[in-house]
Design a protein around this ligand. Structure first.
Ligand code: ADP
Ligand code: MG
Length: 399
């Protein structure tokens, strides 16, 4: 893993000004947050810096104002929710640089927190304008990035600032990078990857990257249908990208050469209509799917076999549900395999890392979110990491 500095590398920071990039892009309804997971994630970093006597200035984006000031997208809207989670008052500062911020820093005592306005109000943020970054950098003594979820963007406060100030990973960033490294950077072998979800086309780069790095590639969800079709299976009315069967074959060939076993379901749950517990639902071999049926979940025999595969592995990385898990009982395979992975993790035989919007929801639905080694809520950044891409925000910390 590329080396990066953490809060442990900071010396005495009493009275120093910390510029801390966080993700406060909270889902809001009627003026308050419906989910404060993102604030909980950065709380340890913020409180540690406060306790060590720094003046903490929070940098965050909110919505997509595209370089213009919109009163409806001010970070002041999340101030109350952030204060509640931190259990501490915050001073809102309606700028990101200049005399107003300088005066506010003068008013803050050691251990106090200031929240700057939406960094995306200024075009220099998304353009990663060095002058904009420099302007912000003059306010602070050091920079902490605790927003892994924004690390796939090379913006002024996610990347640029690291070129102008001593840069450190916050505690959430540190935990995320360590977990991701344990899963794909330098994992204990053998490694299994579960890739599911709706479509192959959205995860081509993920599959291409994984075949060269893992011993077992478990393909489920709608994307398994495209792979089955590529192998000559008639998948009936299933969600399937027939135009991608060549691509699927190429991925399976590459896997072959790399010594990676591709696991496709051999029994499946099918139905004639997509609804909860449809009367037409049945379990069958993949070669017995009728032309008016669609595959909506991996079958029980295949799930059991996949559980056995996980038992032989030391590391698991998971993105994408195995079936249409939002509709009962097509959550069955996802829940069963998630429970097996969770139990193996709790036994200490498996390191399990998962991510992806629907994957996080599926693991929560299975009641095992806290039993995995690490579950990333980073969405886009997590997927780009699974694609093997360098994340600019992480690279800047690693210089
Ligand atoms: P993530 O958000 O974790 O990256 P995706 O968005 O790629 O996952 O995929 C999740 C979606 O895939 C879910 O809405 C699920 O219903 C759908 N899905 C999974 N299996 C099937 C299937 N066999 N047929 C149709 N949709 C499926
Ligand atoms: Mg999704």
């Amino acid at each position: 893993m590329a080396k990066f500095k953490t809060l442990d590398d900071l010396g005495d920071i009493t009275g120093k000004v910390a510029l801390v990039r966080v993700d406060l892009n909270l889902p809001m309804k009627d003026g308050s947050a419906t989910d404060v997971t993102r604030v909980e994630a950065v709380k340890p970093t913020i409180l540690e810096l406060c306790e060590r006597g720094a003046k903490v200035l929070l940098l965050a984006h909110y919505g997509r104002p595209k370089g213009q000031r919109y009163s409806t997208m001010s970070t002041s809207f999340v101030q109350g929710d952030v204060e509640k989670v931190l259990g501490k008052e915050i001073m809102f500062i309606p700028e990101v640089m200049g005399p107003v911020v300088e005066q506010s820093i003068g008013i803050l005592s050691d251990g106090d927190i200031g929240l700057l306005d939406n960094v995306r109000f200024w075009p220099g943020e998304e353009a990663n304008d060095p002058d904009f970054a420099k302007g912000i950098a003059t306010l602070g003594d050091f920079y902490v990035n605790d927003a892994f979820s924004a690390a796939h963007r090379a913006h002024a406060t996610t990347e640029g600032l690291a070129h102008h100030l001593p840069a450190y990973a916050g505690r959430a960033m540190e935990a995320e990078l360590k977990a991701l490294d344990a899963a794909l950077g330098s994992p204990e072998q053998p490694v299994a990857a579960v890739v599911g979800g709706a479509k192959v086309s959205t995860k081509l780069d993920v599959l291409e990257n994984l075949v060269g790095r893992v011993q077992h590639l478990i393909i489920g969800g709608g994307m398994a249908n495209t792979f089955l079709a590529a192998r000559g299976v008639d998948v009936g009315k299933s969600l399937c990208e027939h135009d991608l069967t060549d691509t699927a074959n190429r991925i399976m060939d590459r896997a072959d050469h790399a010594g990676c076993t591709v696991h496709l379901p051999y029994d499946v749950v099918v139905a004639k209509e997509f609804a909860a517990n449809p009367p037409s639902m049945r379990i069958c071999n993949v070669h017995e799917v009728a032309s008016d049926e669609m595959i909506l979940d991996v079958g029980p025999q295949a799930v059991e076999a996949l559980g056995d595969v996980l038992k032989t592995c030391r590391t698991l990385v998971w993105n994408g549900p195995l079936g249409a898990f939002e509709t009962e009982p097509f959550d069955t395979a996802t829940v069963a395999l998630a429970k097996t992975a969770a139990a193996l993790t709790q036994d200490g035989s498996l390191t399990s890392v998962a991510g992806g919007g629907d994957t996080v929801a599926a693991l929560a639905h299975a009641g095992v979110k806290d039993d995995f080694t690490f579950v990333s809520t980073a969405g886009g950044a997590f997927l780009e990491w699974m694609e093997g891409k360098q994340l600019p925000g992480v690279a800047a910390l690693s210089r």
